[in-house]
Design a protein around this ligand. Structure first.
Ligand SMILES: Cc1cc2nc3c(=O)[nH]c(=O)nc-3n(C[C@H](O)[C@H](O)[C@H](O)COP(=O)(O)O)c2cc1C
Length: 353
């Protein structure tokens, strides 16, 4: 590139050319009763289609990976049809959209997944609770996946990726962040397996790398991104050696032609973003707590290539325009983050024309 990159300038991501470097971060909104994407969700995403890239809310690649109430999936025909309508509507507005594949693993209660038992790398419960219709519940001890089930799970990710493309979505983001199933495999306190899926950093990275490779083989590496949160303790993750865990992750993701790697709040003791910059070979998305000035600075310095905005996208459907004009940003209402209908979802206004 000859010009200094700019937040509001075009950027290549996989086979796509995005109109700007602003990404809508993946956000669970729990508004998909029956786990099927619907017309209200289509309206919500379409309102935000001026983002360079939308990454959808966490979307289950398998029925036992739903965990929270009313999150969408990508494992049956009705879900594919629901996403098809969303992809069409976003594309009609000139937008681009990747589905985030989120298998929650042990962060689940059976009543949110039709009674299906939560699974994880090991039978170790996360310390924490989940909100349910019957009040807060302790997270249960998951059943440890067998090796045969791990192979099936890898195929579920590949099939969900195929389903995403069949629905007309532009690609998938593998959710390796925040202590969900791939993050549970990465973490020594959640993964105490003694087979090839646990133990050394290389072994703990194997599941994340296998699902990424399977998805890339299924739909093309340029349609597959990966989200990571090195050093982040969210969902009872405790990793005393972040460098030992994430060095094989970055090495394994590098040079494969993947669409991007997306870092959430990476503040570990070692410079994982610098390591990715050196080896990964594709676009890097940075997230958490960004405003316009910091976004522009990190893009201009080459630390990242795109910036993802989360909560500000909830309350500012025209975030790109507002940032461009230095217009004030509306504050999101946390009471309506999860569940409910249009209130706090599709009723945040754009700037007056
Ligand atoms: C309501 C809500 C739901 C979220 N759901 C997800 C999710 O499904 N997947 C994910 O990777 N991150 C999720 N996040 C994290 C956001 O993607 C993002 O990392 C976070 O909001 C920090 O970015 P920000 O400082 O711009 O808000 C969620 C955040 C919020 C506020």
């Amino acid at each position: 590139m000859t010009e200094t990159p700019d937040l509001f300038g075009a950027v290549k991501l996989g086979a796509l050319t995005l109109p700007n470097r602003i990404v809508m971060a993946p956000m669970t909104r729990s508004r998909a009763p029956g786990n099927v994407p619907n017309a209200l969700m289509a309206e919500y995403y379409t309102q935000r289609a001026s983002a360079g890239l939308i990454v959808t809310e966490g979307t289950a690649p398998a029925a036992n990976g739903r965990g929270y109430s009313d999150i969408p999936g990508l494992y049956n025909e009705a879900q594919v049809e629901g996403w098809r309508a969303i992809a069409q509507a976003v594309h009609a507005k000139g937008g681009h959209i990747f589905a985030q594949l989120m298998h929650v693993g042990r962060i689940a209660v059976p009543e949110h997944q039709d009674g299906l038992e939560p699974v994880g790398p090991s039978a170790i419960a996360a310390k924490g609770q989940m909100y349910t219709a019957g009040g807060m519940k302790d997270l249960p001890t998951p059943r440890a996946l067998t090796e045969a089930e791990i192979e099936q799970m890898i195929e579920s990710y590949a099939q969900a990726a195929r389903n995403a493309v069949a629905a007309g979505l532009d690609g998938v983001e593998i959710h390796g962040a925040n202590g969900y199933l791939p993050g549970q495999f990465l973490a020594p306190n959640a993964n105490q397996r003694t087979d090839k899926w646990g133990g050394s950093g290389e072994n703990r990275a194997r599941f994340l790398l296998a699902i990424t490779e399977a998805a890339a083989k299924a739909i093309g590496a340029e349609r597959v991104g990966v989200r990571l949160s090195p050093g982040n303790p969210f969902n009872d993750i405790n990793d005393p050696d972040v460098e030992g865990t994430y060095t094989p992750v970055i090495q394994g993701l590098s040079g494969k032609g993947l669409a991007y790697v997306h870092f959430l709040d990476a503040k570990p003791a070692f410079d994982v973003i610098g390591l990715a910059r050196k080896h990964f070979g594709g676009p890097i998305i940075l997230n958490a707590g960004y405003d316009k000035a910091r976004a522009q600075a990190d893009i201009a310095s080459g630390r990242g290539d795109l910036i993802a905005f989360g909560s500000s996208y909830i309350s500012n459907p025209d975030l790109v325009e507002r940032l461009k004009q230095d217009a004030p940003l509306a504050a999101p209402d946390q009471a309506t983050f999860y569940g409910g209908g249009a209130k706090g979802y599709t009723d945040y206004p754009k700037l007056a024309a």
